[in-house]
Design a protein around this ligand. Structure first.
Ligand SMILES: [Zn+2]
Length: 459
């Protein structure tokens, strides 16, 4: 009985999503589609306390003691990748490319001092050749329902997302489904593609939203123009478009930005006759050249921080929560597979962590068990090479450190157990090439080791 009502709910939910997807698309501009996110439907827009009152966002930043010039990490957000591959497991996006996605995402958040960092919780393959190319309206939303993990940002990477409309097929490089709160990317997306879609996840809209609409919905160029009617009050720029006063009004920028990232649409005017003076660097915009995108405004950062704080899993993400303080953030993540190995240079000491993986329900917290590093020898090395492993405190745990050469041949392995203070591996007479270090924690023994350092000494 319980099961059948669950199934029933799922069917209703699924149908709802398909209907919503189709409804939303009817008002889309289909030429040169970049991001499939909806221009029109914003389910929770009315609930936004900053609508018509952006001061809310500035007050919020003050309340949380946010400093725009300090890189202070407030949220560490786990993401889960679902990689679409052939039936036999071949094809699909590579681990190297996933690392590029993650590095770019963290780069743009660090650059803007957003207070966010992201790490991979898990990568799961979906081996179905027929799903390598997903239809935008039905297949893609359905995949985000069938494959979904709680408490993290779900990211689906397929070969192509195809959208058929008005007799033509368009390719959508990335999309955000507001109903299932899921990000879908094509393998081949821009360096800011993931950052843009995750911007939607944390409540951001396109600055050009409704730019083709009438006075009722279009954002005005003027920052002081206000509605004076009895129904609508307040600044137009804080209600229409993306509802943020510090992102200038803009048309869709995809043909209006030159090679040097200058805006070339000054001749265009809004419904009140004012000429557009748009920026071209906003990560939520669609400039002609993606290289121009690198910026989040203060209000956008406030929206993201506010939305994250309201999320029901915020407790697990918030670095201020004492339970999460034991984990130091690791800039070398993701490094869970050999293909994601982080480079360590000669005489460098790096801080790493077996970062947190949390599961909802009874299982509680767990940690990522494996980290990979790599180093390169340009010439044959006849002297000593030392790899030092040091946990940040003495713990009861069991660690295996293994070295492989670039042909995957085992060079050396050591096992530590009980009361590790530090361990080291000595290597001698290695030929030139890449070497890979696998650091593996035996999770069942203890979950107490989280943070450690690795030092590479080449004499
Ligand atoms: Zn978008």
């Amino acid at each position: 009985m319980k099961g059948s009502s669950k199934t029933h709910l799922r069917i209703v939910f699924t149908l709802g999503i398909i209907v919503l997807s189709i409804y939303e698309s009817s008002s889309q501009f289909l030429n040169d589609e970049f991001c499939g996110n909806k221009e029109v439907l914003t389910l929770d827009y009315r609930k936004k306390p900053w609508k018509g009152k952006n001061q809310f966002l500035l007050d919020y930043l003050k309340k949380i003691d946010y400093k725009d010039n300090i890189d202070s990490v407030r949220f560490r957000i786990p993401v889960k990748f679902w990689i679409y591959r052939n039936d036999d497991g071949s094809g699909g996006v590579t681990d190297e490319r996933v690392k590029v996605f993650m590095d770019s995402l963290n780069h743009f958040h660090k650059l803007n001092n957003t207070g966010f960092r992201f790490y991979i919780r898990e990568i799961e393959s979906v081996n179905k050749t027929k799903r390598l190319n997903l239809g935008y309206f039905v297949e893609a939303p359905l995949q985000t329902i069938f494959n979904h993990t709680k408490a993290c940002v779900n990211i689906y990477v397929c070969d192509f997302i195809k959208k058929k409309a008005n007799g033509a097929t368009y390719v959508v490089r990335g999309t955000y489904n507001i109903v299932t709160k899921s990000v879908m990317l094509q393998r081949n997306t821009s360096s800011t593609g993931l950052t843009h879609e995750i911007g939607h996840y944390f409540g951001l809209l396109h600055p050009h939203r409704n730019y083709k609409s009438g006075k009722n919905k279009q954002e005005s160029v003027s920052r002081t123009r206000a509605y004076k009617g009895s129904l609508k009050k307040g600044l137009i720029c804080e209600r229409n478009g993306d509802g943020l006063a510090d992102t200038p009004a803009e048309p869709r920028l995809n043909f209006l930005v030159d090679n040097n990232c200058n805006f070339s649409g000054q001749a265009l005017t809004d419904n009140w006759g004012d000429h557009y003076q748009s920026e071209t660097n906003n990560i939520m915009s669609y400039p002609t050249h993606y290289k121009c995108r690198n910026n989040f405004t203060l209000s956008q950062k406030s929206v993201m921080l506010y939305k994250a704080s309201e999320n029901k899993y915020a407790k697990y993400w918030n670095t201020k929560d004492s339970a999460n303080k034991i984990y130091h953030f690791d800039i070398h993540e993701p490094d869970n597979t050999v293909k994601m190995a982080s480079i360590i240079k000669s005489n460098e000491k790096q801080n790493h962590t077996f970062h947190k993986i949390f599961t909802t329900g009874k299982k509680g917290l767990a940690t990522d068990k494996t980290d990979w590093l790599k180093f390169e020898l340009n010439t044959e090395n006849t002297s000593n090479i030392l790899i030092k492993f040091t946990p940040d405190k003495i713990v009861n745990d069991e660690i295996t450190i293994t070295i492989y050469d670039e042909d995957n041949k085992l060079i050396k392995t050591i096992n530590t157990s009980k009361q590790i203070a530090s361990s080291q591996i000595q290597l001698k007479t290695l030929k030139s090439g890449w070497y890979f270090i696998e650091i593996n924690k035996k999770q069942s023994v203890s979950k107490k080791l989280y943070n450690y350092s690795v030092e590479l000494i080449i004499e």
